[in-house]
Design a protein around this ligand. Structure first.
Ligand code: ZN
Length: 327
């Protein structure tokens, strides 16, 4: 659920106002591009070509549009089960398919995937209600997450999608770190989840969730970190790249799943900004939460409980991450 960091399973209150506040930031890249183009146009004719070349080749590291140099789009299949071809001879990997060395912009990049909640949280109320420091305040260690009306748990959903996501990303040559392996009795706590992303120096972190609001509220949304500062929390450096990551994921998620942005917050953008989630506030790396749908709505639940749809969801999230990383 979207307030997994926060409320116990009481009905969350949609906060449509949060979407509007985000608009000004959204166009920073467009503005920057305009400036770059303008500068090139003003340069003396004899230098213009050089300036443009430098601009295109040198200044592109700042996370703007990817260079469309798709590294042998080898492995992107509808079901993320692509096998690496060739080059896989070197390092025998015990479990995962060895995708071969990544090339281009994905080489050496790390993604942390955070499967939201833990199915064991329901049996460990005391432990997960323990308060932890999130910089700007204190919050429960974790929450139970929600369920569909028929009892399919959000924690089961997030674990399944995270596994699929990991497979798709690894097939692209990315290193993937999970925040837990579904083998703990509960948790991890939200501060530990954030710390794992930070310590991995992750290039992108995605926390996978599904929402639990009243029926009729439908669709997905991506939660972006607000600018917060306090204690160990300082998101000033991640607000911008996290927004780019979130926009990429939202666009690709809509495309691969065919589902619409949430109709109950975000003004139809599929984006929401929050300042109350420890998992975001404590992150030093670009990070978003993806709320894949509303488990309490029967139509959304029919999607969320479908393995085929979950594969599409994982593919959409992966495509967004890869696009953000310039792959
Ligand atoms: Zn959740």
């Amino acid at each position: 659920m979207r307030n997994d960091d926060s409320l116990p399973p009481s009905p969350p209150s949609p906060s449509p106002e949060s979407a509007g506040s985000a608009d000004p930031d959204r166009h920073w890249f467009t503005r920057r591009s305009t400036l770059v183009v303008a500068a090139a146009a003003l340069a003396p004719a004899c230098l213009a070509g050089w300036v443009l070349t430098q601009t295109l080749t040198g200044a592109g590291s700042g996370s703007g549009e990817p260079a469309q140099a798709k590294p042998a789009a080898a492995s992107r299949t509808a079901h993320g089960d692509a096998k690496p071809h060739a080059g896989a001879a070197a390092t025998p990997s015990p479990a995962a398919p060895s995708p071969g060395p990544a090339k281009g912009p994905l080489a050496g990049r790390t993604v942390v995937v955070d499967p939201g909640h833990n199915a064991g949280n329901f049996q460990h109320g005391t432990e997960i209600n323990r308060q932890v420091d999130i910089g700007t305040g204190r919050k429960e260690c974790d929450t139970t997450g929600t369920t569909t009306n028929s009892g399919y748990m959000e924690a089961e959903f997030t674990w399944d999608v995270s596994q699929r996501l990991k497979t798709v990303l690894e097939a692209q040559g990315l290193k993937v770190v999970l925040t837990h392996h579904n083998d703990r009795p509960f948790g991890p706590c939200i501060d530990e989840r954030a710390r794992i992303g930070n310590e991995a120096a992750a290039d992108a972190v995605v926390s996978v969730h599904a929402d639990g609001v009243s029926a009729g509220n439908r669709g997905f949304h991506v939660i972006l970190p607000a600018k917060v500062r306090g204690g160990g929390a300082d998101t000033s450096k991640i607000v911008e790249p996290s927004r780019l990551l979130g926009e990429r994921i939202a666009g690709n998620f809509a495309r691969t799943t065919g589902t619409s942005p949430a109709n109950y917050l975000g003004g139809g953008t599929g984006l929401d900004v929050r300042d109350d989630l420890g998992g975001l506030n404590l992150s030093t790396q670009p990070k978003v939460f993806v709320e894949c749908g509303n488990m309490r709505d029967a139509k959304d639940a029919a999607l969320l409980t479908s393995p085929q749809w979950r594969q599409k969801a994982a593919q959409g999230i992966a495509d967004g991450i890869v696009g953000f990383l310039g792959g």
